[in-house]
Design a binder for this molecule. Sequence first.
Ligand code: PGA
Length: 249
Amino acid sequence: MRRKLAAGNWKMNGTTAALSELEVLARSFPSPTVDVLICPPATLLHRAAEAVRDTGITVGGQDCHAATSGAHTGDISADMLVDAGAKAVILGHSERREDHDEQNEDVRAKARAAMDAGLKAIICVGESLEQREAANTLDIIGGQLSGSIPDQSTGENLIVAYEPIWAIGTGKVPTLNEIGEVHDFIRARLERRFGEGVGRSVRLLYGGSVKPSNATEIFGVSNVDGALVGGASLKATDFSAIVEALEKA
Ligand code: PGA
C-alpha cells in the first residue's frame, strides 16, 4: 500500500511571517492516512522544521546541488538540507529546468546526491503545451523519466510528480483522462525499469493548479497518490482542505 502524500511547494514565497501558516497547519494535522510535506524557501527551512517538530508534518527543500560541498556560490547541498531538518527535496521542477537550464542528467545527479544523503527525491516531469498539442506528451515524459531517475531508486527514496508545465499556476488543469493516461504510463515505466515490486511502491503525485475545488476529482484518478501544490499551499486553510480531500479519496 502506498501512503498518500500532500506536498506543498512554496517556491520563492514567504518570509518569517509565513511561518504562522505552518503553525496553523501543524494544529490541524498529523493525519492518520496522509503524509504532509511543506517545502518552504531555504531561508525558512530550519525554522519551519522547528515549527512542525513532533507534529508528523515534515519539511523539504526545493532543489539541491549534485556535489556534497565545495566552491559553488549560492548553492545548497543535500547534506545541508538534511542538517536544516529536511526529509525530502523537489528536483527537476519545470521552473528549475527553465530558469536554470537544468537537463535530465543534472536532475539525475542531484537525485543521486539527495538519495545518498537520505532524502526522498520528488522528481518532476511534465510536458509543455506545444508538446501536448503535437501529441508528444508520453515521449517527453518517457525521456524525462529515463534521464532523470537514478538507478538506486526505491519506493522509499523516490516520488515522481507529473506537472504539465501549462497547468502550473495557470488555473488550467488536464482532463481526468489525461491525468490518468500519464500516471498509468509512469507506473508502467517504473515497473518495467525497476520491477513490479519497486515500480508499484513509488508514489506518483499530480501537480498543476490543484485547489480545494478540484482536489477530490483529481484524487479519484487511478495511480494518483497525492499532489504537489504550489499556490494553494501558501494558505493553511486551502492546503488543509486539499489534505482532507486526499484523506477521503
Ligand atoms: P501550482 O504549482 O499549484 O501553483 O500550479 C504547482 C507546482 O509548480 O508545483
